[in-house]
Design a protein. Structure first.
Length: 483
């Protein structure tokens, strides 16, 4: 293996998986996958046509009939087998994910391990799908059963190229559903590696189809089919709402993991150094392209100036570069749209009195790099305080009163993640209860774990992934009343 950090040598040939067969490009349309660190093309990705989608639907219908009758042990064996293969293949999978998405290899390795851990947890959950029996007079009874919802259409974005497809596949497979997954075309090799691991671990043909295509063509085609019974989507709120409208026509079950705009409340009794360190790391993670990224930093006025100056120093010291370089702490943004979008947010903020304390510029002419940025003097009429920036920018404001900062934190229609930093247990309890958010980190920035549900409220979506709730979201309830 060539170990040059700029080498694309290990990047695999790209293919789809339909009805137990791997599908190459042939005369299909293709999409060029680009390395965001260099701007160079890594490989051509085949895209589905309408006939492929019909084949995928037909296979998913047959696959569902097979898999709904599988034993929990069989499902667990496939998930555990795939987890083992992912762990064995971590070096190659993590490297390819960095090549296609940009984030550091340290981050993509965590994604591989998280996905393996989630599959192992779901293997256990497959065995814990219980019902209940209600006792009636004279020997009659009512039986409450959980059954798999049916074939699932799932759409995963590029920002977690391994973990997102892993979440979309693990839960339906544990529940006994079949699935048609369309991951992001921009980062496809990671999803292919996961499907390879599942197939090699014995997943029967038809249970899992992997397709790539023009996103709106694929979702319109799949959601119009009476075969699909559920849609699961992770991505922007605008696309999620569009898919919910399509889902309404066939009354589909939905799980929506949509955009966020996480408030961060830093009280003056926080552990100052630890808070700076955690918030720098969390902001740099995947160059800020994380749905739970800390975004609006509300700092208590007693420590505001000292805090933003320390944060700026830490952010400026981050080493930004090619994610394959082990010393790099923040990779490029994932595609050419992202630095352009961040420039737009910053220009808008500056025209309204915003002040950049560090960063604010693209880096170099190759790839899609952007400087870690701290913006202060922000006001609520700026776009960055209302729309998800999805980039390495921390926007800071000061606050004085608890009630005032809670109102600010809850001001937006989003509610995915929120953070608070305080060493006072009473303040921690009060703020945890007051924030309108599906997840809250208190003195903590890691919100995901295999056994813990991950979800938003308000326009950040509904339904959970991970935890027992992730499998429950792929089950329907049936009551049988038996005299
Ligand atoms: P986008 O909304 O166009 O795409 C996000 C994902 O949705 C992509 O993987 C895309 O393939 C898919 N998608 C888009 N239209 C679709 C359709 N009609 N049917 C099915 N799938 C569809 O946005 P983008 O340019 O990739 O990113 C823009 C914004 O989206 C970001 O700024 C961020 O706010 C948000 N986003 C959020 C997440 C998240 O994890 N919540 C992930 C990626 C992007």
């Amino acid at each position: 293996m060539n170990t040059s950090i700029h080498s694309a040598e290990t990047y695999p040939a790209l293919r789809m998986h339909i009805d137990g067969e791997w599908v190459e490009a042939g005369d299909r349309r293709t999409f060029d996958v680009v390395n965001p660190a260099t701007g160079s093309v890594l490989a051509a990705l085949p895209l589905v046509d309408a006939a492929d989608l019909d084949r995928a639907l037909d296979a998913a219908q047959r696959g569902f009939k097979i898999w709904r009758n599988s034993s929990p042990e069989e499902r667990a064996a496939v998930l555990n087998g795939a987890a083992r293969l992912l762990r064995e293949r971590i070096d190659v999978i993590a490297r390819n994910a960095t090549l296609e998405e940009g984030k550091t290899v340290a981050e993509t390795r965590i994604e591989v391990l998280a996905t393996a851990g989630l599959f192992e947890f779901y293997a256990g959950e497959a065995k814990r799908i219980y019902g209940r029996v209600l006792v009636r007079p004279d020997g009659a009874r009512s039986i409450v059963m959980k059954e798999p919802v049916g074939p699932v259409a799932a759409f995963a974005p590029w920002n977690f190229p391994i973990a997102n497809p892993g979440r979309k596949l693990g839960a339906p497979i544990a529940a006994g559903c079949s699935v048609i997954l369309k991951p992001a075309e921009e980062a496809p090799a990671s999803a292919i590696a996961i499907v390879e691991a599942l197939v090699e671990s014995g997943l029967p043909a038809g249970v899992c189809q992997l397709v790539f295509g023009v996103p709106n063509e694929v979702s319109t085609h799949l959601l119009a089919s009476p075969i699909i019974r559920k849609v699961s989507f992770t991505g922007s709120t605008v696309v999620g709402k569009h898919l919910m409208k399509l889902a309404a026509d066939n009354a589909l079950r939905t799980t929506m993991e949509l955009g966020g705009h996480a408030p961060v409340i830093v009280f003056d009794d926080c552990d100052f150094d630890k808070t700076i360190q955690l918030l720098t790391t969390a902001k740099a993670r995947n160059a800020g392209q994380v749905c739970v990224a800390p975004t609006r930093y509300y700092i208590h006025e007693n420590i505001h100036d000292r805090f933003v100056s320390a944060l700026s120093e830490r952010m400026a010291a981050l080493k930004v570069g090619n994610g394959l370089d082990p010393d790099v702490q923040m990779g490029p943004m994932a595609n050419s749209r992202r630095p352009e979008a961040i420039e737009g947010f910053l220009q808008n903020a500056m025209s309204r009195g915003g002040r950049i304390l560090t960063g604010g510029e693209r880096i170099g002419n190759e790839g899609f790099f952007f400087q870690p940025t701290v913006l202060t003097n922000v006001s609520n009429d700026m776009r960055i305080m209302n729309e998800e920036p999805f980039g390495p920018v921390a926007a800071t404001q000061s606050f004085r009163e608890f009630d005032q900062v809670v109102e600010e934190a809850n001001r937006l229609p989003f509610g995915l993640a929120a953070y608070a930093f305080t060493e006072n247990a009473r303040t921690a309890n009060r703020i945890g209860a007051a924030l309108e958010s599906g997840m809250v980190g208190i003195n903590a920035v890691v919100l995901a774990a295999p056994d813990s549900p991950f979800q938003g409220v308000k326009q950040s979506g509904h339904g959970s992934e991970d935890g027992p709730e992730g499998v429950a979201a792929c089950l329907v309830t049936k009551s049988i009343h038996q005299l």
